[in-house]
Design a protein around this ligand. Structure first.
Ligand code: HEM
Length: 410
């Protein structure tokens, strides 16, 4: 199929312009309708916005993730990791990555994570100032998750949080150059910190955390092992932390019935988390380069094309999702692409699907009157991850909350 050259109408803000980054969805919908495979003159990249096309390209080995990372808007010199490699190297790195994030690793930290969720909620209840979903829920939860995976004692959590936050600017291809340079330094500091920590565990004979098994795996060189660790932090810490605020924005305006179901029915809670990830994909794009000309559903791209699978657009494609802009908490099936698809599918999807439903269910059980802010919160003008500037919480009863629309008109 040929691809017609079209431009966004003047009435729509480009999704990468500052205002468009805050609300990219109108432009995405227009592209989906008029040019689902679109050469974007603003970025020089091909934006693939249709669900069928995104899903196909993420599963298609003719699109290189290694080149896609290298071709990002700036060279962030991330360490080699599974996300910056293609087969056969990719599989060689991903298989040991299972020692950190696979089912056995997850089972080994499940009880600890359950305690961590309660500890995060205890600390929330103790706050004397106005609590914030990102600062007081998402951030400590994400750090606790990595604390369990890496075997970090509680007194290391503040140092790890500082490093993880500083290194996370590497996620966003639009980061201004000066900040990006600081982010690269932070990524180096994070890698050295993790290296020293892994050596410390080894020296103490501490094999309790999943990190110990990964660090001991002789299929990996030291740099490759550290590359997996820093990819996990840079790719996972902030998206996990921010998903809590993004999710509560959609969830809190819901009727009490939905809250009750979320608290009482773990299956419902899991569906609900998937739906929240669909609506606000924290990682809205996956970057690839076409190694040859490829026909996709809705258009074709030439060899060498720099392509963005626009996950955030695909997740609201009306051809696949009815009421795509509404929260349907028990949506089934829900073939969203928030965790990617194909060879690079998020290695931590099961972990995220375990910890977030637990957090939300216990949060709402403990604070049944939990409310968000009265005024709509602002989105950061970042591309990756999609995140709110803040999401203040009120733990007790008060006035009506403000938030996006649900399928039930609540
Ligand atoms: C809500 C939170 C998260 C979301 C939405 C998310 C999403 C994603 C997406 C979209 C990809 C694929 C990127 C691509 O194909 O270019 C990915 C890959 C990956 N994610 Fe996550 N992620 C999350 C949390 C995490 C966490 C907490 C970790 C680690 C503890 C993690 C580890 C990884 C790894 C290692 C990969 C690379 C897999 C590969 O290349 O084979 N993610 N994630």
């Amino acid at each position: 199929m040929s691809t017609t050259a079209v431009t966004l109408p003047d009435t729509l803000v480009h999704p990468f312009a500052p205002a468009g980054r805050r609300d990219p969805y109108p432009a995405y919908r227009w592209l989906q309708t008029h040019a689902p495979v679109h050469h974007d003159p603003f970025s020089g990249m091909w934006l693939v916005t249709g669900h069928a096309a995104c899903s196909a390209l993420l599963r298609d080995a003719r699109f290189s993730a290694a080149l896609g990372q290298r071709e990002r808007a700036r060279d962030d010199r991330l360490p080699v990791s599974m996300l910056t490699t293609d087969p056969p190297d990719h599989q060689r790195l991903r298989a040991p990555g299972g020692l950190l994030l696979g089912p056995a690793a997850l089972r080994s930290i499940t009880d600890g994570l359950s305690q961590d969720v309660d500890a995060v909620l205890d600390a929330l209840a103790r706050r004397r100032d106005e609590p914030d979903a990102i600062r007081d829920l998402g951030t400590p939860l994400a750090t606790a998750v990595f604390g369990r995976l890496f075997g970090l004692p509680a007194h290391e959590h503040p140092a790890f949080t500082t490093l993880a936050r500083a290194a996370s600017v590497n996620l966003d291809p639009m980061t201004p150059p000066a900040l990006a340079a600081r982010g690269r330094l932070a990524a180096g500091a994070l890698t050295r910190y993790l290296d020293a920590h892994a050596r410390g565990l080894k020296a103490r004979g501490d094999t309790s955390a999943p990190l110990a098994a990964l660090a001991d795996d002789d299929r990996l060189e030291r740099g490759e092992m550290l590359g997996i660790l820093s990819l996990a932090v840079i790719g996972g810490w902030q998206p996990l932390a921010e998903t809590v605020g993004n999710g509560l924005l959609w969830l809190l305006p819901h009727a009490a019935t939905v809250r009750r179901q979320l608290v009482e029915d773990p299956e419902f809670a899991r569906s609900c988390v998937d739906e929240l990830l669909r609506l606000e994909a924290p990682i809205p794009f996956a970057a690839r380069v076409a190694t040859e000309a490829v026909d996709l559903p809705g258009g074709s791209v030439p060899a060498g094309a720099r392509v963005l699978a626009v996950i955030a657009a695909a997740n609201r494609d009306p051809a696949v999702f009815s009421d795509p802009d509404l929260l349907v908490p028990d949506r089934r099936p829900n073939p969203h692409l928030a965790f990617g698809a194909g060879a690079h599918f998020c290695l931590a999807a099961a972990l995220v699907r375990q910890v977030l439903p637990t957090l939300l269910a216990r949060l709402l059980a403990r604070f049944p009157e939990l409310r968000g802010p009265d005024v709509p919160p602002a989105w950061e003008p970042t591309l990756v991850p999609r995140r709110l500037t803040a999401y203040p919480l009120r733990l007790g009863p008060s006035g009506p909350p403000t938030g996006p629309t649900t399928s039930e008109g609540n």
